[in-house]
Ligand binder design. Structure first.
Ligand SMILES: Cc1ncc(COP(=O)(O)O)c(C=O)c1O
Length: 291
């Protein structure tokens, strides 16, 4: 595997950054998870825009321009002979000293691109659905850190993921400080009730996921199903007709039980299945070609 670091493609064994990089010392940095399907990078423009917004929010200067990053991603995919891939784009704060202050990071931020394959959940879950829990770990309040900053510090989500794993499932629903449903540890959440699709709104603290946006667009424009971005309670989840999760790594995955309560008949719902189908065909046909 070849990894891109600061303009160079190196073997993964030699893909190293300094122990004084604040990305490592403090999680001070940002990332994007992107996918390539069928020789095309899906929604690359949107991912780069979000990366720039994350950078702006934490006052980090991305070391190269968007067009150059696009070229670097394609170069990395070609070097790894990948036409289907999960791409991790990372920008660290760069090297500093042992204080947390980024003003002491005198070296330029590092840009890293790792392209590989990832299947977040077993194939079987995409067909039969998965079970999730509600975690007691609350999402960090957005007045402390906006959920839209995709920072290198995922400890909050990691703790929730650990609780899910301990409970024998692979994903957990996270609530905000007010106790409303926000999202899962690495995916956005959707419900279907009486043929209307619901998802928590930005003001409840969900990351504005790119797969979330794609699914909203598909539901509204392709399937002509109304979508409401609204406050959702745990009760709404338990009593929904359908539930599914979305994310670049997760793609679109049905949820069939939450906290041991079956969602309707415990099978993936019909709107969920239609959206999975539409999402699959869209990802195969659109994106920046790898060449
Ligand atoms: C906390 C969280 N929510 C939602 C998502 C889904 O976002 P996207 O569809 O842009 O990958 C992710 C994925 O990065 C995530 O980490």
């Amino acid at each position: 595997m070849k990894v891109y670091i600061d303009g160079r493609l190196v073997d993964k064994e030699n893909a190293k950054i300094s122990v004084l990089d604040h990305g490592l010392l403090y999680g001070d940095g940002i990332f994007e998870g992107i996918r390539a399907y069928n020789g095309r990078v899906f929604r690359l423009k949107e991912h780069l825009e979000r990366l720039w917004s994350s950078a702006k929010a934490i006052n980090l200067a991305v070391p190269i321009q968007k067009k150059e990053i696009e070229k670097a991603i394609i170069k990395t995919l070609l070097a790894n002979k990948l036409s289907e891939a999960y791409i991790r784009l990372i920008v660290t704060r760069g090297c500093g000293d042992l204080s947390i202050d980024p003003k002491n990071c005198t070296m330029s931020p590092s840009l890293i691109i790792i392209a590989s394959s990832v299947s977040l959940y077993p194939e079987e879950f995409y067909i039969n659905g998965m079970e999730v829990i509600t975690t007691c770990i609350r999402r960090i309040r957005q007045d402390s850190l906006s959920p839209n900053v995709k920072s290198l510090n995922y400890l909050n989500n990691i703790l929730a993921k650990m609780q899910a794993t301990k409970s024998g499932v692979m994903e957990a629903i996270m609530l905000n400080a007010e106790g409303y449903v926000v999202e899962c540890t690495s995916d956005n959440i959707f419900l279907v009730k009486d043929d209307i699709v619901y998802t928590p709104s930005a003001s409840d603290g969900a990351l504005m996921g790119i797969t979330r946006d794609t699914v909203i667009e598909l539901a509204k424009n392709k399937l002509k199903i109304p979508v409401k971005e609204e406050r959702i309670s745990v009760y709404d989840v338990y009593t929904a007709d359908e539930c599914f999760l979305t994310g670049t790594a997760a793609e679109v995955i049905p949820v069939i039980a939450v906290d041991s309560r079956q969602i309707l008949d415990g099978k993936p719902g019909k709107i969920t299945l239609k959206l999975i189908e539409e999402f699959k065909s869209l990802t195969r046909l659109t994106g920046i070609p790898i060449k």
